[in-house]
Design a protein around this ligand. Structure first.
Ligand code: HEM
Length: 398
């Protein structure tokens, strides 16, 4: 097996962790010409750079494209970038601070906590139907519908419109892979136009006729422009389900390939808390996040000049023996688990409490109601690198 970092190769996607081990040991800061980025693979460095204000998810608050030695994205991509740049994730302070505060006014811990019984009921219903069928594809039948329905309910997307959410989201997320193709970009642009138009109309309806949902609450927030409101809704809808689907799939794959861990969790359901954190660590759903370098920095003796891009390898950080005892061991009882799957610093995942509720509910329901869950075919990963998830996960419940 090749141990070169080649995120486009099927071998790497099937098993990235041995390559990360070599990177961490031999070249923890490595210039990678194909994506023109510095790869950062150690936990300590990834964690520190996420918190370092000399880096940003955007540079447009301090410099133009030209000043950073970059070219502006082509005009035809404008609808995608407008949508992307109006969500808080790709903003930096002071705008990020303002947006995150305004969105937090509507997306409150109380609103999230109130969802707990709703999420549990939904997980139970989905799992009951799945068990009655004798199993099938766990991704399509449980992993996807749970977070998609929860986030759609939370925002107040009418049921009849929800079928469009996954295709829009998938098309937009194509842009977050390394070096997206023209075809991928065009599909993302089309989806951005349709999604924005849809949400603009919905937000206007809710502004005039508010309901008890997040779109109405956001429409009522003072100081949020209409484009920011739309960018926020799309961010919540996309971030609010993509990774959760993949933690569910990757997590069940790990459990089914480690029957002793599956059994341990079945015998002690109270381990669900540590188990969810371990599932998020062991097969990291978002393998990499990027940052722009806004001032020259030095990492492990390597000077990284302003205008560079760093790729923070979360999947590698989560398997670093300097941060985790015996990191290649999958252990649902692991207590000391400083995984980085929700990020760190100012962009730390706003949805982490909701994601944890969803994961505990769906894993709990399947453990209780489908004790004999077994793989019926070898699970295959989707081809992307950044977003790590399975195409399908075929299981039987007998
Ligand atoms: C297991 C599931 C999830 C994972 C692994 C995950 C992971 C992440 C990570 C790593 C970031 C930071 C990215 C960066 O620093 O560059 C982030 C940000 C964010 N996530 Fe999540 N997320 C999950 C679920 C959710 C859910 C359910 C929601 C919403 C309901 C959500 C909403 C957000 C938002 C709004 C941000 C941007 C925060 C900011 O820029 O300040 N996420 N997420």
């Amino acid at each position: 097996m090749s141990h070169a970092f080649d995120p486009w190769s099927p071998e790497f996607v099937a098993a990235p962790y041995p390559t990360y081990a070599r990177l961490r040991e031999e070249s923890p800061v490595l210039w990678f010409e194909p994506s023109r980025q510095y790869l950062i693979s150690r936990h300590e460095d990834v964690n520190a750079l996420l918190r370092d204000r000399r880096l940003g998810r955007s540079y447009l608050h301090v410099a133009t494209h030209e000043e950073m030695g970059r070219s502006a994205p082509p005009d035809y991509q404008e609808p995608f970038w407008t949508l992307n740049d109006n969500g808080m994730l790709d903003r930096e302070p002071p705008d990020h601070t303002r947006l995150r505060r305004l969105v937090s006014q509507a997306f409150t811990p109380r609103r999230v906590e109130a969802l707990r019984p709703v999420v549990q009921r939904l997980a139970d219903e989905l799992v009951d139907a799945f068990v009655a069928e004798g199993g099938g594809d766990l991704i399509a039948n449980v992993a996807e519908p749970l977070p998609v329905t929860v986030i759609a309910e939370l925002l107040g997307i009418p049921e009849a419109d929800r079928h469009a959410l996954r295709p829009w989201s998938a098309a937009i997320c194509g842009m977050y892979e390394l070096n997206p193709s023209r075809e991928t970009a065009e599909a993302a642009v089309r989806a951005s136009e349709e999604f924005s138009e849809y949400l603009r109309a919905l937000a206007r309806r809710r502004k005039d006729d508010p309901r008890d949902d997040l779109v109405s609450a956001l429409a009522a927030v003072e100081g949020l422009s209409e484009d920011e409101l739309i960018g926020t809704c799309v961010l919540l809808l996309n971030a609010g389900h993509e990774a959760t689907v993949n933690v569910t799939g990757n997590g069940w794959r790990a459990l089914l390939l480690h029957p002793e861990q599956h059994l341990a969790l079945q015998e002690k359901p109270e381990l669900i808390g540590t188990a969810v954190e371990e599932l998020m660590r062991f097969d990291t759903p978002l393998q990499m996040f990027e940052r722009w370098v806004l001032e020259d920095i030095e990492v492990r003796g390597v000077t990284i000049p302003r205008g560079s891009e760093v790729a923070l390898l979360f999947g590698s950080a989560n398997h670093d023996p300097a941060a985790f005892a015996d990191p290649e061991r999958f252990d649902v009882t692991r207590r000391d688990n400083p995984h980085i799957s929700f990020g760190a610093g100012i962009h730390y995942c706003l949805g982490a409490p909701l994601a944890r509720i969803e994961l505990a509910a769906s894993f709990g329901a399947l453990l209780a109601k489908a004790p004999g869950l077994r793989l019926s075919s070898e699970p295959v990963y989707k081809p992307g690198y950044v977003i790590r998830g399975l195409k399908s996960l075929d299981v039987s419940v007998a």
